[in-house]
Design a protein around this ligand. Structure first.
Ligand code: ADP
Length: 254
């Protein structure tokens, strides 16, 4: 039930491994940190990594009269999480379902979670533009969805796939909030200098050609990678970092 939700934001990517779940998770943690009531819904059925990234794997979910009861990350109950990962017995179990079963599960996740009042619901979607996405987009027509944040890296091969994602959003009338280019350089853990590894400016030029905002370019920061499993936002763990600064800019724009 999304009636209690003020803002719904989808996080999309053309490819896996570009940092979509990391950004979904950090967005949710950042919004919580600045005082919002936040939900994080992980519908990446084939790679549900949100429970791992937040260190809440193995949490039990159960159903009440109002639907699935989400998992809260701490006693403040300001971040509620629902993921297919909670329904798998162990992390290495695979979801081997055909399309109709997957879409039914996604519909159930979108409609049957008993969220309390939320300021923001962040939805971490599977990579690509598959059946699952069509279901998400159909469900989004029935609720007030603010739009999509699209995550890419700056390599040509990732940018090619992001073009498809942009076309998909335009065809399905989903507003694009903007593009985030992740892993666009490497922050040296010793001197904090940032070096471009891949070609730079790829995200910026794609955003400008597609006529969508570039929300920010995030470097590869080993300290950000180390936050996986800790349920800690970059705001509290790395307040002075380039990544924290960019997340401040991103949440100001969603
Ligand atoms: P996706 O959801 O797109 O498949 P993930 O968010 O799971 O990608 O990220 C893949 C891996 O890259 C994870 O181990 C994550 O910790 C790491 N990662 C993502 N973004 C960054 C970053 N900016 N700096 C360092 N590590 C990152």
């Amino acid at each position: 039930m999304l009636n209690n939700v003020k803002h719904v934001v989808l996080v999309l990517s053309g490819k896996g491994g570009v940092g979509k779940s990391t950004i979904s998770t950090q967005l949710a943690l950042a919004l919580k940190e600045v005082g919002y009531q936040v939900g994080l819904l992980d519908i990446d059925l084939c790679g549900p990594s949100v429970p791992y990234l937040l260190g809440i794997e193995g949490s039990e979910v159960y159903q009440c009269e109002g639907g699935w009861v989400p998992v809260y990350t701490d006693s403040t109950k300001r971040l509620a999480v629902m993921s297919i990962g909670f329904l798998l017995k162990n992390r290495n179990d695979a979801v081997i379902w055909r399309g109709p079963k997957k879409t039914a599960m996604i519909r159930q996740f979108l409609n049957d979670v008993a969220w309390e009042e939320l300021d923001y619901l962040i939805i971490d979607t599977p990579p690509g533009t598959s059946d699952e996405h069509i279901t998400v987009m159909e469900c989004m027509r029935e609720v007030k969805c603010d739009g999509a944040v699209i995550v890419t890296t700056s390599q040509k091969v990732a940018l090619e796939d992001v073009r498809k994602e942009i076309t998909f959003c335009k065809k399905t009338n989903i507003n694009i909030i903007g593009l985030v280019e992740n892993m666009s350089g490497f922050v040296c853990p010793h001197c904090d200098d940032c070096t471009n590894i891949f070609s730079s400016e790829g995200g910026a030029s794609l955003a400008s050609v597609a006529g969508i905002p570039l929300l920010g370019t995030l470097p590869i920061d080993p300290k950000v990678g180390e936050l996986a499993g800790k349920c800690t936002s970059v705001f509290s763990a790395l307040p002075e970092s380039r990544t924290a600064k960019i997340f401040h800019e991103i949440i100001d724009r969603i």
